[in-house]
Structure formats: C-alpha cells, structure tokens
Design a binder for this molecule. Structure first.
Ligand SMILES: *[C@@H]1O[C@H](CO)[C@@H](O)[C@H](O)[C@H]1NC(C)=O
Ligand SMILES: *[C@@H]1O[C@H](CO)[C@@H](O)[C@H](O)[C@H]1NC(C)=O
Ligand SMILES: *[C@@H]1O[C@H](CO)[C@@H](O)[C@H](O)[C@H]1NC(C)=O
Ligand SMILES: *[C@@H]1O[C@H](CO)[C@@H](O)[C@H](O)[C@H]1NC(C)=O
Length: 500
C-alpha cells in the first residue's frame, strides 16, 4: 500500500474507534452475530438497488411560483440581521434580530467559545412582533439578554423559546416578564454533556409541553426534553467529522439548523443544513421517518416549516453559495436563493417563493401559516423580514388574521419512551456497515487509481447523492482532509455573499 492508502486506513480506524467509544455499551450488545462479509454484501446490494431506483434529475423541471412578495409589510421597523421568525397565536409574526451584530470568522475560537464578550450584551429589543395583517409593531422584548441570537419559536401557550449561539443556551421567555422562565445550558460554556449545548440552533414544542432542541453547530444531535427541562431522548450522529459526511446515511446531521413539527404525522423535521436535506423523525421515539432533498434547492437548507395542506408540505429556504468554498472546482451553482415547497407525498418541489427578479440575500429562517397562505422569512444582514402571500390557496381564519394554532394536535405526539438504546444500536450497525463498505470500496478505488483510470472527483457531494452512488473518490484527495475543512464550514453562519 502506498502513502495515501495508509492515510485512508488510518482515518477509517480513527473513525471506527471514536464511534466505538461513543457507543461502547450498545456496541457490546449489538453486532456480534453478524459476520463482516455478510454486512458488506448487504451494503453493496443496497447501494446497487438505490442506484437502480435513482430518479431522473429534476433540475430541468420548471417550477412555477404561486406566491407574491408583499413589499408593504411590515410598515415600520428598526432592525438589522433577522435570524429567526415564528408566528404567535394572536396574528403576529415574531422575529429575533441581532441588531446588526455580525457573526464572523473571529466570533468564536477553535473551542467554540465566544470571543466578543467585550461587545457586551445587545441592548436593543431583539424580539419584535408585527401584526401579520397590518404590519404594525405590536410588542417587543429581549433587551440585555443576548449576544448572538439564533432560533426563535412561539409555542401554543405563547411562550417564546430562543437559542443564543454565543451563550450556548436555550431560554423560555414570556412577553410580560423580564427574566426567562427557564434557562438550559451553561452561559458561554460550549459542551456536549447532558447539561451543556454547543451553539444550539432551534427549538420545537409539542402540545404536551415536551420540546426538542437542535444542538447545534458542533454537536449534531436532537434532544427531547420534558416540559420541566429533563432530557428524555437524544439522537443524531455528526456527519461533520472524519469521513462520515461523505456517505451520511439517515440520522447523520451536518448542522441541524432548524426544527419544525408535522403534528398530524407525528413527526419532527430538521433542516440538515450542510447535507442539503430535511430529515423527519418520529416525534415519539426519534427514529428516522423520511428525508427530502432536490437538486433544484441545492446544497444547503437553512430553514424548514411545515403546513398540513395537500397531504403535507415542507417549506424550506436554501442558502447562498459560499464564494470561499474550499474546493475551487466546485461547480458554480445556478440555484436561485429563495424558498421552495416540498410535497411530502411525492418528495418533489412543487412551488417556490422569492423576490421578483433577484435572489434573496441570506435567508436564515422561515415560518409558514398552517393554511399555507402566508410565509415569513428572516434574512441575515437585512433590516426587514419578508412576507409572501399565496395567490391560490384558500385562507382560513380570514377575519382573525390567525392562520396558525399550534395546539391543534393530531396523532401521537406526547408519549416519550426510552428508545435511545434501540436508536444507538441502529446507528452502530449503520456505522459498521458503512465503514466496512467504505473500506472495501476504497481499496477498489486505490487499485484503479494505481492504474491511472480514475481521477478522484473534487466536487462536493450531498449526503444523499453519495449514499446513492457510493462514491469515495473524495477520500483520496490529499488537499481535502475532511477533519479540518469541515470545522470551518461549521462556523460560517453568515459569510458575506453580497459580492459573490
Ligand atoms: C408552469 O407553468 C407552465 C405555463 O403555464 C406550464 O406549462 C407548466 O406545466 C407549469 N409547471 C408546473 C410544474 O406546474
Ligand atoms: C439599537 O439601539 C440603538 C440605541 O438606541 C439605536 O441607535 C439603534 O438604531 C438600534 N439598532 C437596531 C438595529 O435596533
Ligand atoms: C417509533 O415510533 C413510530 C410511530 O409511533 C413507530 O412506527 C416506530 O416503529 C417506532 N420505532 C421504534 C424503533 O420503536
Ligand atoms: C387552538 O386549538 C385548540 C384545540 O382545537 C383550541 O382549544 C384553542 O382554543 C385554539 N386556540 C386558538 C388561539 O385559536
């Protein structure tokens, strides 16, 4: 074996060992009965099957937009950089703003600690509620609490849940109280222990009061809590270290960036940002249900929001392309930066929304009303939230101006079970399968390469493309050491793209 070969082997070993460490208990119970060649055979068979059922690329299809941009909303504002938007029960769109604070490459050190405490707490009101119909400011709060706002969700009882990536905390607020009702995580202390987060991104709250936290930029896990803040379930594997991201199977996350609930389906869905997909999991036990992606939408999905219409629709926003993308020969994309609508029954993009004649700048979060008639988008670096209105869907609650009732329940949503064992077991089996298959495939590729047949591709691949194609060419690229490169991508929440 040559030098590259040994390097690959070393990476694989490191990966397997680290994964074993994480799941040592489950590992002991798990894989002993299955022999390795059988696993390999199964994995290859599966990959073959997937290849055959590969649907034709859908980027040729023309997608018509049935939404129009309402430039008159809101009527007045004083904001800058809107990281989140959510709809409350009283007909308002509630936004979370950074008041101009910028997340740059130097905002966090390599240990994910916030380096700009000297800037002080944001003194402006960071949370502002605008009436969805009139566009008037209805209430505001959130002064002197936050350093780098990220996610915001209003639950069915009008509690406001937020995450701050600088604080590494999740807070539950009430509009009429200065002090948070609940604070989870340790102030300015990143971590992955039971009582710490690392740049948590988003919260979703079930009607039972149980809630999910997406954690986050560095941990890649979803945690389910009881109403009083006790952990009851956690899942998700980081596809951001080592080789895992290149073949990320279900359950692997590369920045879980936003959460939404599909209550009528009993699901919690995650914008798996850098994998360019939405993954949905059973809200009861955290097991994988389905995933949604499209070449139309592209490589990054920042936000997701669910509307229970027409069999279930997922509204997403994609991200801007990074001009500083590490692999220079990454094909320049012609993806429009805007919102898209997935039909969950067909897994196809059926609609879109955006600005007339130009891209959105840096969309970061969105929420759609339950009837699908209104979509609200917050953008980083922009002074105002955006509102889009459907020209075709029938409007519910027209007079009240309330299109969302998050306490409207359907399906099993509240029971919580201790399924972590089973989840871990599935994860471990997947890891073993993929590691062995990857190793096999790598050896094959190496042999081919020696004969000079296969130039390794440096084009970045989606997780879902890779699991289809089972390609490992990237692994062999010396310049492409996944360990370092991806850590950086994790931090660029808002790379300046205006001049891109
Ligand atoms: C979009 O509109 C055009 C013209 O009305 C129509 O031919 C086409 O089928 C529509 N595409 C979709 C996906 O509905
Ligand atoms: C923040 O507050 C300061 C001082 O009141 C004000 O000058 C500034 O315009 C505010 N900025 C935003 C984005 O709210
Ligand atoms: C998780 O819950 C769903 C729906 O309640 C169920 O269909 C599925 O079998 C459960 N998975 C496991 C591993 O228990
Ligand atoms: C939301 O729906 C629930 C159950 O249908 C109902 O009890 C509640 O009053 C509704 N809330 C609002 C604000 O409409």
């Amino acid at each position: 074996m040559d030098k590259t070969g040994w390097k690959v082997l070393l990476i694989l070993l490191q990966f397997i060992i680290s994964e074993q460490g994480k799941h040592s208990e489950a590992f002991l119970e798990a894989d002993m009965e299955i022999s390795a060649p059988e696993i390999l055979r199964q994995a290859l068979k599966e990959a073959q099957m997937k290849k055959q059922t590969n649907p034709p690329p859908d980027n040729q299809r023309i997608i018509n937009s049935t939404y129009i941009y309402d430039a008159s909303w809101p009527t007045q504002w004083k904001m800058n950089s809107i990281s989140a938007v959510s709809l409350d029960q009283e007909g308002n769109a509630v936004i979370f703003q950074r008041a101009g604070r910028v997340w740059s490459q130097s905002t966090f050190n390599i240990d994910n600690e916030f380096t700009q405490k000297h800037l002080g707490v944001i003194q402006n009101a960071t949370i502002l509620a605008f009436n969805r119909r009139s566009g008037a400011l209805k209430y505001s709060l959130g002064k002197n609490l936050f350093y780098m706002p990220h996610g915001l969700t209003v639950d069915g009882d009008s509690n406001i849940w937020v995450t701050d990536v600088a604080l590494h905390q999740v807070m539950k607020l009430r509009r009429d109280q200065d002090k948070p009702l609940m604070v989870l995580g340790k102030k300015f202390k990143p971590g992955n222990s039971p009582d710490t987060f690392c740049k948590p991104t988003s919260v979703a709250v079930l009607p039972s009061g149980d809630f999910f936290v997406a954690d986050g930029y560095c941990n890649a896990r979803i945690i389910k809590f009881s109403p009083d803040g006790k952990r009851i379930l956690t899942w998700g594997e980081n596809s951001f270290t080592g080789i895992a991201h290149k073949i990320a199977p279900p359950n692997f996350l590369a920045i879980p960036h936003a959460l939404t609930l599909a209550l009528d389906k009993g699901l919690v869905c995650v914008a798996d940002r850098e994998n360019g997909r939405v993954q949905c999991f059973h809200a009861s036990n955290g097991t994988f249900h389905s995933q949604y992606h499209s070449t139309v939408v592209g490589d990054r999905i920042y936000g997701v929001s669910y509307a229970p219409i027409k069999g279930g629709r997922l509204y997403v926003i994609n991200g801007p392309l990074l001009p500083t993308w590490p692999s220079q020969d990454y094909a320049p994309s012609n993806h429009e930066v805007r919102g898209y609508v997935f039909d969950m029954e067909t897994n196809e993009v059926v609609d879109k929304f955006g600005l007339p004649g130009k891209n959105l700048n840096n969309p970061h979060d969105l929420e759609v009303s339950l009837d699908g008639t209104e979509v609200y988008v917050g953008e980083i670096g922009e002074p105002r939230p955006r509102k889009f209105i459907s020209t075709v869907l029938p409007r519910l609650d027209q007079d009240k101006g309330v299109g969302t009732n998050k306490t409207r329940t359907v399906g099993a949503t509240s029971e919580s079970t201790a399924e972590t064992g089973a989840t871990a077991l599935v994860a471990v089996i997947l890891i073993v399968v993929f590691a062995i298959a990857a190793f096999g495939a790598t050896l094959l590729i190496l042999r081919h390469r020696k004969r000079g047949c296969c130039r390794p591709s440096r084009k970045r691949k989606h997780a879902w493309e890779l699991s289809r194609e089972f390609k490992l060419g990237n692994l062999l690229d010396n310049k492409h050491d996944g360990f370092e490169k991806l850590g950086q991508e994790a931090s660029d929440d808002e790379v300046a793209v205006r001049d891109a």
